[in-house]
Design a protein around this ligand. Sequence first.
Ligand SMILES: Nc1ncnc2c1ncn2[C@@H]1O[C@H](COP(=O)(O)OP(=O)(O)OP(=O)(O)O)[C@@H](O)[C@H]1O
Ligand SMILES: [Mg+2]
Length: 143
Amino acid sequence: MYNEIKSTFSAKIENVMLARTIGIAFLVELDLTLNFVNEVKTVISEAITNAIVHGCLSNENKVVQLNMSYDDVNIYIEVIDKGVGIADIEKAREPLFSTKVDEERAGLGFTIMEVFTDKLEVRSRVGDGTKVIMVKKYHGENN
Ligand SMILES: Nc1ncnc2c1ncn2[C@@H]1O[C@H](COP(=O)(O)OP(=O)(O)OP(=O)(O)O)[C@@H](O)[C@H]1O
Ligand SMILES: [Mg+2]
């Protein structure tokens, strides 16, 4: 079994809810538990918010991409922006690290993504943008 969806949004904060609703709707065939769906919803929101707020600096002319797929075992979530990129990925992934503390950001987005998925990969280059790849197993005892 394989299924995929690719969607592109303007980098506007108003589109976070739309993106996560589309993401969840895509998974409806999998008959997941509410708890599992809430975890997916959370990680999509964190990644899309980062892409818009940090990557695109709320530049509405830019776009953010949400690509999702699943096979028999895993759900794959990709969030891509062509924004500013991340200079030090390791540092950015540390719990409580944020470049926007003054704006009441906790610096926990990547930590949440890591906790609620089985794999989190961050690819980024300054000036080129960022790609976040998450893999979450749905077949087995954690669902
Ligand atoms: N797509 C991105 N483009 C550029 N920088 C990013 C991107 N995603 C994350 N970052 C950088 O990584 C840091 C850590 O991200 P993380 O999501 O963990 O925390 P935060 O967004 O600052 O706070 P929170 O998610 O708790 O509101 C951000 O402060 C930002 O500097
Ligand atoms: Mg964040």
